[in-house]
Write a protein that binds this ligand. Structure first.
Ligand SMILES: O=C(O)CCC(=O)C(=O)O
Length: 277
């Protein structure tokens, strides 16, 4: 990790925004060149899936995409983003989940049906006793296509809803919850969203295919959510990247880490001691 990444640490404004709304939008997190090459890598996956029988009219949800291209791997510890990730969760973290979603034009007429609103993490929301629910993890969504206009299969959110356990959905199944809004994001934008934030995908009524890479970060004592094969990448990765890819000395170290389990902490002790506590 190059210490120059510290210029991208979470600011107090960003912290406040994320704590209060459950959402943080970082524009130009990716350069146009990165967007172009990541898009080409995503398109290769999409085309292979379509050749393999995926219906090109339906969204492709493709987990465990990190091993498919070095460009995806390089975002796991991306210098413009990882400092903000540890700024929110601390150093005992890893990538517990990742997926690529490609949403082609639906070819359907616009309608007013209520979207599929949810919080992330499935049974966690029933089985943890606390209120509000604990944060535990969040995702960073890298937007590769232009969803700066509504109707393009936008990611929708209800800002501030991360502290509420229930969502009031329209009883007649029409329209969206009060206060809901589409995230309008240009290519290259990174959107952080708290796993508790009520959110949803939406149909793509436009003629622009929507492409997003989702990176989920959580504590090292959370199990992986995908059938990840990223352990194949441990060899050849530097220690902090290896930590992000789920490496550890032993199982106990996920709960009570030694320095060997968490090279990020060792690095922070040297370069940003306040964040190593
Ligand atoms: O595709 C989207 O916009 C929503 C993705 C989503 O719901 C998720 O990653 O949890």
């Amino acid at each position: 990790m190059n210490p120059s990444c510290l210029t991208h640490r979470l600011t107090e404004d960003e912290r406040r925004t994320f704590n209060e709304t459950g959402l943080l939008q970082i524009e130009n997190a990716l350069s146009p060149e990165q967007v172009e090459s990541l898009t080409a890598a995503s398109d290769r996956i999409y085309e292979a899936k379509v050749t393999g029988g995926h219906n090109p009219k339906q969204a492709l949800f493709y987990p465990n995409f990190i091993p498919d291209d070095k460009l995806f791997l390089d975002l796991v510890d991306y210098e413009k983003i990882l400092p903000k990730v540890w700024g929110i969760l601390g150093w005992n973290i890893y990538l517990y989940h990742a997926h690529l979603i490609v949403t082609p034009p639906s070819g359907q007429e616009r309608d007013n049906k209520t979207f599929g609103w949810h919080q992330d993490s499935g049974r966690v929301n029933q089985e943890m006793e606390s209120h509000p629910r604990p944060r535990l993890s969040f995702k960073v969504a890298y937007f590769l296509s232009d969803t700066s206009e509504e109707g393009r299969g936008n990611f929708w959110v209800l800002p501030g809803s991360h502290l509420q356990d229930e969502l009031q959905r329209p009883a007649d199944g029409q329209g969206q919850p009060e206060g809901a809004m589409p995230v309008l994001a240009k290519p290259g934008t990174a959107v952080f969203f708290d796993r508790r934030l009520w959110h949803t995908a939406s149909p793509n009524w436009s003629d622009v295919t929507r492409k997003i890479l989702f990176y989920g970060y959580g504590y090292r004592w959370i199990r992986t959510k995908d059938d990840m094969t990223v352990s194949d990448l441990w060899q050849g990765s530097d220690p902090i990247r290896r930590q992000m890819l789920g490496w550890g000395v032993n199982c106990n170290g996920h709960y009570s880490p030694s320095d060997d389990d968490v090279p990020l902490r060792v690095w922070l002790r040297e370069h940003s001691p306040d964040e190593a506590k």
